[in-house]
Every structure is written in C-alpha cells, then in structure tokens.
Design a protein around this ligand. Structure first.
Ligand SMILES: [Zn+2]
Length: 319
C-alpha cells in the first residue's frame, strides 16, 4: 500500500500555481494545515487553506495540472485490481467491510432493464464488474494507463482519458465518482459535466474525504486522507452542497463511510513521524487495530450517523 514512486520526483520537477476558491471565487483564505506526502514521499511541504468566504478547503499553492501524473506511482492503490490487494484476515474487520459494502451498494441494486451506468475514474474496474453482474450496462473512464489495462482485461468498456475527451452521445441513469473529485483541479466543472451526462431522474454517487471528520480533527497533518499533494480539495457536507447548488445538482442523501483503515493508517503515519522504524510502526498499528476492533466498529457506525467519518458518500440528482 505504501511505497515510494518508481520515478524519482524532485522538487524542481513540480511547478506550483496559486489559486482562488473554486466555489465562490474569493482569493481570501486562512492557513488550515501544512503537511507532506507520507504515502509516496513526493518531496516538499504542501499547504491547505480554508476559504474565508465559503469555507471550502483547497491546496494553495498547488501543483499545476500538467504535472499531476508525477504523483501517481505504479503502486498507487486505486489503480491496482482488488485481486492484488490483501483482504483483511480479521473476522470483525471482514464483517465490517461486508456491512459497509452492503449499505452503500444498495444504491445500485435492481437496475431497470438496459439501465446505463458510468464510472468516472474507474481505476482497475472492480466496481464496474460488480455493477455489470447486477445488471447494469457499464462504461468507465480512467486516466491511468495501468488501470485501463487491468480494467480492459476484465472485458469492460473503458475510455482512456479525462471527461474532456469523453464522447457525449449518451446520457446515464447512474454516475459514480468514487474518490475522484478531491483530485481534480476544477471540481465545479466536473459536477457540471456530471449534471450534463445524467438522464432526468438519474442519480450520481460521489464519495470524498471529509474535512469535518473526527479523524482529521485528531490527526491533523498525519490524517491519511490529507494525501498531499494528490488531494487538492477536502469537503464537508456544507461545502459539497454549495458546489452542488452552483452546478445545478441537488443533494439527496449523505452517508458516512464506516471503515476503520483511515484512522489506523493515520496512526501509522504518526508513529513513523515521531521516529519509529517502519516495521515497528506497522506491528503496533496491526496490534492495536486488532485489540480495539470490537469497540472501534460501533464507534465508527456512530460517527457515520453524524457524518463525522473520514469519508462521505453523497447521492445527488439533477435540479
Ligand atoms: Zn469560497
């Protein structure tokens, strides 16, 4: 999961730009948190600010779009197929994951005949394959060549590239955007594109990191979902809804993702940050994760009810 980039990225390779709030256009902001790339060790310090006007959190200055690919190494998790990742061997953790998947995948149960689903940023295609089995006609878009290669091997129809080059000859009953919005330079534009691609009566499912989470309050610059410099935005239920309104979408439902990995991966980053060697930190993470599971699971579900989990899932429709 954690690995250095194969290609050596040096600070001089990264060009930065200053930016304004993507929601309200204000240039006024306050420093929120400064951090570093703890996942893949891209060099440098990065800064997230909070818009003084509408509270949206964004990276500023941020790396320019043309250099974005430098930050996604071959080992980047979402670009690899599920089959190459180790499932948890702990019963309670396995059960929690199954319960969560059951909760969120109810959105996709029992599609109408011939219903069309588009996943933007489909990674290696694991979800699309599942949706296809449920009866959806599925299409994906993905920018990572490696991920496209894996997804096409599953027999899926994948457009390689961004939405800018995606054909507009079809509308969709459902669109899934799973931890993608925080990576793009212009989230408003992406939400507007989603609106244009939705059929009347269709829905989009958008999952993002939650800056209003208990874990971010606790771990701050060690929070796993800070993921600098890949996460250019962090959202809260309020700032996400503001972007929806601006984009002609209506927020229908908010669900807190109940998975415990983000908390414990943040703990791992903290242990490494205070100087523990990687093997000892990994051992302690595993040990405490296992011991606390029976208590952590109900706590996670309670936080989910209050939308205070590290990750939020939104269901939106056309206005
Ligand atoms: Zn703003």
């Amino acid at each position: 999961m954690i690995g250095k980039v194969e290609e050596i990225v040096e600070l001089k390779d990264i060009q930065f730009e200053t930016t304004i709030c993507n929601n309200c256009g204000s240039a006024a902001n306050q420093l929120l948190v400064t951090g570093q790339d703890r996942l893949h060790q891209i060099p440098g310090q990065f800064t997230n600010v909070r818009c003084s006007n509408c509270s949206l959190v964004y990276m500023n200055p941020r790396p320019v779009e043309e250099k974005n690919h430098l930050f996604y190494p071959m080992v980047y998790g979402p670009h690899r197929p599920q089959a190459t990742k180790k499932p948890s061997r702990k019963f309670w953790s396995w059960l929690n994951d199954r319960l969560w998947r059951h909760t969120i995948n109810r959105l996709y149960a029992a599609p109408a005949p011939e219903a069309e689903l588009l996943e933007i940023g489909c990674g290696a295609g694991d979800f699309l394959l599942e949706a296809k089995r449920l009866g959806w006609q599925v299409t994906g878009t993905e920018v990572s060549k490696t991920a496209v290669h894996h997804a096409r091997k599953l027999g899926l129809s994948i457009h390689e590239g961004t939405l800018d080059t995606f054909p507009r000859d079809k509308k969709y009953d459902a669109i899934r955007l799973h931890f993608v919005l925080e990576h793009v330079h212009d989230p408003t534009k992406m939400l507007q594109e989603i609106r244009n691609l939705l059929k009347p009566g269709g829905f989009a499912h958008v999952a993002v990191p939650n800056e209003n989470s208990t874990a971010f309050r606790w771990w701050r610059s060690y929070w796993y979902d800070l993921d600098m410099p890949r996460h250019l935005y962090l959202f809260s239920p309020q700032t996400f809804e503001a972007l929806c309104v601006k984009s002609g979408l209506r927020l229908e439902k908010t669900v807190g993702e109940v998975k415990l990995d983000v908390f414990w991966n943040s703990f791992l980053f903290w242990l490494q940050g205070v100087g523990l060697s990687a093997p000892i930190a990994a051992f302690l993470r595993k040990l405490l994760f296992g011991i606390t599971l029976p208590v952590a699971i109900p706590c996670g579900w309670a936080l989910g009810k209050k939308n205070k989990t590290s990750r939020l899932h939104f269901v939106v429709s056309k206005d």
